[in-house]
Design a protein around this ligand. Structure first.
Ligand code: 4NP
Length: 156
């Protein structure tokens, strides 16, 4: 049986979705859960780049190394290859809905849809802000990832 799979998606794949990928890998390891996890961007602006230094720093401050990730763009086959595609914000969710092939099987959601009381909310784009913006990005991402892994461990 294939392990459950999740693709996290933001705009550049250098700030928010790499943090979500790193946080879920760490949470899955801790929970002893086998998951296939990846992240991607709706844009091709940073393809091949490592995560933004500020994202690497906030992850490292929580003991998580995301430095080996490299940005890639979402591909049509992702809608078949992943059980879930989880967008960081509403604009990226709309892009995913627009590019989803008609026979795509992945369930699309917003990361914060998984958090009670935060349905429909976006993880704000921290790229053009100050580095302390990444502290709230981290808080939002880990709230979403914790709720998501709780749902996935119940297989709902
Ligand atoms: P991300 O952040 O979507 O969380 O990776 C951004 C990264 C780069 C840009 C915008 C957002 N950019 O405009 O280059």
């Amino acid at each position: 049986m294939r392990p459950p799979s999740v693709l996290f998606v933001c705009l550049g794949n250098i700030c928010r979705s790499p943090l979500a990928e790193g946080a879920l890998r760490a949470a899955a390891d801790e929970a002893g859960l086998e998951l296939r996890i990846d992240s991607a961007g709706t844009s091709d602006w940073h393809v091949g780049s490592e995560p933004d230094r500020r994202a690497q720093a906030v992850a490292a401050a929580h003991g998580i190394n995301i430095s080996r990730q490299r940005a890639r763009q979402v591909r049509p086959e992702d809608f078949h290859r992943f059980d879930r595609i989880v967008a960081m914000d509403g604009t990226n969710l709309e892009h995913l809905q627009a590019m989803a092939p008609p026979d795509g099987t992945a369930r699309l959601s917003l990361l914060l849809d998984h958090v009670a009381g935060r349905q429909g909310q976006s993880v704000a784009d921290p790229y053009f802000g100050e580095s302390d913006g990444f502290t709230s990005t981290w808080a939002d991402v880990t709230a979403g990832v914790s709720a998501l892994i709780a749902q996935m461990s119940q297989r709902v």
